[in-house]
Design a protein around this ligand. Structure first.
Ligand SMILES: C[S@@+](CC[C@H](N)C(=O)[O-])C[C@H]1O[C@@H](n2cnc3c(N)ncnc32)[C@H](O)[C@@H]1O
Length: 303
């Protein structure tokens, strides 16, 4: 526990890409859009990173079941359905089953690039071979929670949205994991972690996927750059005597992977272990390009 941290002042930036999907594919990308398959359906959504040309012909893009047409407000826009699809449908990643849907927010009920973290979290828990407690903050679809529960952990899942908690619970049932110990809590993350410190609670694994901006159930404001340092400081007090892992992912913020690398490095100072940082990306089928979707930093007790 008191080993000096392995400080890498010039970290190597990694590119992580999930390779175990059957129900999801990035078929093509380019011209500010992406063409993806979620289960039996294909969708066209805006993708600001795709500043290159599509590899597939326009006719292939035209066969998509639905297209999300953005408006000028941030995240604004609406779906245009070209073919009939179910309102919700079931998708699978290894042992996890979950509900997908074309949401008004343009999201699909799953962030496929996160699967690489689900595998990694599962491995850490299985290899520990002891009871493991995990805290998932900003948990949304609950898939990271369920990956941890499937691997044998007791999981506490926190999200401000009652609807998101409902989706997580439903995914637990779909995955046949209803007997696994998961606490689903509608709460503000910052309020929750401070309460947990007062109660003397401890966790072996932490998963954090904070948005750029969010609100707790009572309107508490979450602002990434202002709120993250305090949240990480409080979370440090929640680590057990033998912590196993921390995963921090961030979407849609103007920050480099280095920002969250140094923030997490500060938090795990004195714990030894290993930090990794970089981008989560999706491998495109048409031309083999990697489409970056998020930045991440993760810490593991194992070197
Ligand atoms: C980027 S999503 C997380 C995605 C998740 N990792 C997944 O794979 O499904 C952010 C989530 O944070 C929640 N949120 C935003 N502000 C919050 C707050 N102050 N307290 C708790 N949850 C919050 C939102 O309801 C949303 O579900």
């Amino acid at each position: 526990m008191n080993r000096p941290p392995k400080i890498q002042t010039q970290p190597t930036l990694l590119l992580l890409s999930a390779s175990g999907w059957k129900d999801y594919e990035l078929l093509d990308s380019g011209a500010g859009k992406k063409l993806e398959r979620y289960g039996p359906y294909t969708f066209v959504r805006p993708e600001a990173q795709a500043v290159w040309r599509p590899a597939l012909p326009e006719e292939r893009w035209q066969t998509a079941h639905a297209v999300f047409n953005p408006t000028s407000e941030e995240s604004g826009g609406r779906w245009q359905f070209r073919k009939q699809i179910e309102t919700t449908w079931v998708m699978q990643y290894k042992g996890l089953k979950f509900q997908a849907h074309a949401a008004a927010s343009r999201h699909m009920g799953v962030f496929p690039e996160q699967a690489v973290h689900w595998d990694w979290i599962g491995e850490r828990i299985r290899q520990a071979n002891r009871p493991v407690k995990v805290l998932n903050l900003f948990g949304y679809t609950g898939l990271a929670t369920l990956a941890a529960a499937e691997a044998g952990a007791h999981v506490t899942h926190v999200d401000a949205s009652k609807k998101a908690i409902g989706i997580g619970r439903q995914n637990q049932l779909l995955s046949g994991l209803q007997d696994r110990p998961v606490r689903w809590l509608v709460d503000d993350v910052y309020k929750f972690v401070r309460r947990e410190v007062r109660r003397g609670s401890h966790y072996d694994g932490l998963i954090l996927d904070p948005p750029k901006f969010g609100r707790g159930p009572e309107g508490q404001v979450w602002e990434f750059f202002e709120s993250l340092p305090n949240l990480l400081e409080v979370c440090r007090s929640l680590l057990s005597r033998q912590p196993l892992f921390i995963v921090l992912t961030a979407y849609a913020i103007r920050a480099s992977a280095l920002s969250i690398y140094y923030a997490l490095q500060e938090m795990v100072s004195g714990l030894g272990g290993e930090l990794e940082t970089g981008e989560l990306a999706i491998h495109e089928r048409s031309a083999g390009r990697y489409l970056s979707t998020a930045i991440f930093t993760r810490w593991s007790a194992q070197e």
